[in-house]
Design a protein around this ligand. Sequence first.
Ligand code: FES
Length: 103
Amino acid sequence: MWIKLCTTPEVPDEDVLEVTYNNHVYCAYRISGKHYVTDGICTHQVARLSEGYVIDDVIECPMHNGRFHIPTGRVDGPPACDPLRVYALKVEGQVLMIEVNNT
Ligand code: FES
């Protein structure tokens, strides 16, 4: 199902916005004018990625500097091993919606 995560003006350019919905933490990004949404917690240990750095199209975890490619979620730098979940999204007006399975 699709959920309304946030509005597009809330998402900073070339940076990250953390959004919690139904106790699940997401990160919303706008990179080169395009929106992306990933899980907000690092797959290595429990760290909030929104407290890390967005470097081009990569998010760097604040805890051990693991890196993930934002558009695909693939690991871009150790010690992270598991990819980050990336969500299908659509923008309706200024509302950013993502597709989730069971929230
Ligand atoms: S918790 Fe993110 S790299 Fe370790």
